[in-house]
Design a protein around this ligand. Structure first.
Ligand code: URA
Length: 434
């Protein structure tokens, strides 16, 4: 078999066989498929798609490209959560300590920034000395001891996804439903959880633009999970506007700590609590929303969730001094305030424009080997439905690259839509697919 023939077949819109998909994944792993050939196949899949059988085989061989964790000796109630990617999406960093505080085990394999979206691993690496390169043994031991651990994809767990993920990031091939489905589900299967809760985003700041497409992606992931014997459910929510106020690595870690201290932005609370509630219902921890949200409020007000986050940071080598002193996190040398140009209420903040501004400030990558600037970011001082006055600060830019400020300011001003009327409160959740 030759990879060029597999690419040609997909280019013509034909379905690949199980053998061809296995050949592709094996080739990525043993180096017989070059990056440029994998990129060509990815682009062909972008235009011609993949059916459910192809997506299932792709997922299966991505899982089999590495080890599959067996956590059954620790618990049969292990939860995992994964987002399809967003802007200001720091939910994992609140979800994990809340679950651990609720005595539920989570084992989390996460990714770096992808396309315009941020990645949990990049956010955690903003914490001085935080280690995400855990070996399998370390990962398991930490889950056992602290009820949770979070690791970057290593050579051992779903490594084929790791390679494709990095390639997709820099070849404009992220927003492909079968690729997102196989990427997410393969990581979740490899990391050994038995309850998988997916946070599926749609909107300007997501890879999937409409709720209908998000539903299609969710249904595919739930079905692929079923075919590979995993119980998956998906919470679909809007990512038209950034989540929370902070976008960027260091600033987002700071916002997470504030959340766990009880200073919760309502959008972050809605998504985090709904995902935790779904996990509680799946594991039998709580019976309904009322019970779950009350329990979560207690985990926050008692300080248990904050203590758990500290424990996670300490257990993975991170500097816990950040909890009391945010200047211990990477700091940008330039802080620049963006001012409103008219009076009114914030009707919308386009997440994609804010993400692009943030990436240009240094928070994201253009090539897979690019370093990122953890201190670069944006803080939205005004959010949806809040009043603004001309000349008032609506966002703060953090960067070390002076030449990027003007472009970022323009994008932020374009992102803000100001209206005369006060917009109504809105729920971000579209649907939950079980
Ligand atoms: N998250 C992933 O892990 N993979 C994708 O392809 C998109 C989001």
């Amino acid at each position: 078999m030759k990879i060029v023939d597999v690419i040609e077949k997909k280019k013509k819109g034909l379905a690949l066989t199980e053998e061809e998909i296995k050949f592709f994944i094996d080739g990525i792993m043993n180096g017989t498929v070059e990056d440029y050939q994998a990129s060509a196949l990815l682009m062909a899949v972008y235009f011609k798609g993949m059916n459910l059988d192809e997506t299932t085989w792709l997922t299966k061989y991505m899982v089999e490209s590495g080890e599959i964790l067996d956590l059954s000796k620790i618990s049969n109630n292990i939860v995992d959560k994964h987002s399809t990617g967003g802007v200001g999406d720091k939910i994992t960093l609140m979800f994990l300590p809340l679950m651990a505080a609720a005595d539920l085990y989570t084992a989390k394999l996460s990714g770096r920034g992808l396309g315009h979206t941020g990645g949990t691993i990049d956010k955690l690496e903003a914490i001085p000395n935080f280690r995400t390169d855990l070996s399998i043994e370390e990962f398991k031991n930490k889950v056992k001891e602290h009820k949770t651990a979070i690791a970057a994809q290593t050579l051992s767990l779903a490594p084929a996804d790791g390679k494709l993920y990095a390639l997709r990031d820099v070849t404009s091939t992220v927003d492909i439903i079968p690729m997102i489905a196989s990427s997410v589900v393969s990581k979740k299967i490899a990391s050994g959880a038995n309850h998988i809760v997916l946070d599926v985003k749609y909107g300007s700041g997501a890879f999937i633009k409409t709720p209908e497409e998000a539903q299609k992606l969710s249904e595919i992931m739930v079905e692929v999970g079923k075919r590979l014997n995993r119980n998956i459910c998906a919470v679909i929510s809007s990512m038209n506007q950034p989540l929370g106020r902070a976008i960027g690595n260091s600033v987002e870690v700071q916002e997470v700590i504030e959340f766990l201290k009880g200073n919760m932005e309502s959008d972050l609370k809605e998504i985090t609590y709904t995902l935790c509630q779904t996990a509680f219902e799946k594991t039998g921890k709580c019976a309904n929303k009322e019970e779950a949200w009350k329990y979560l409020d207690e985990m926050i007000s008692s300080g248990k969730a904050l203590e758990k986050f500290k424990e996670i940071v300490a257990s993975q080598g991170g500097d816990v001094a950040i909890f009391d002193d945010y200047t211990k996190l990477p700091q940008a040398s330039i802080k620049y305030e963006v001012k409103a140009t008219c009076d009114g209420y914030v009707k919308n903040i386009d997440a994609l424009k804010v993400a692009k501004a943030c990436k240009n400030l240094g928070a994201g990558r253009d090539r897979k080997s690019d370093p990122i600037d953890y201190s670069a970011g944006i803080y939205l001082t005004q959010k949806y439905s809040e009043p603004v006055m001309a000349g008032e600060t609506i966002a703060v830019i953090y960067t070390n690259k002076e030449e990027t400020i003007k472009g970022a300011e323009e994008l932020i001003l374009e992102a803000f839509e100001i209206s005369d009327e006060e917009p109504k409160a809105q729920s971000l959740i579209y649907k939950i697919i079980h």
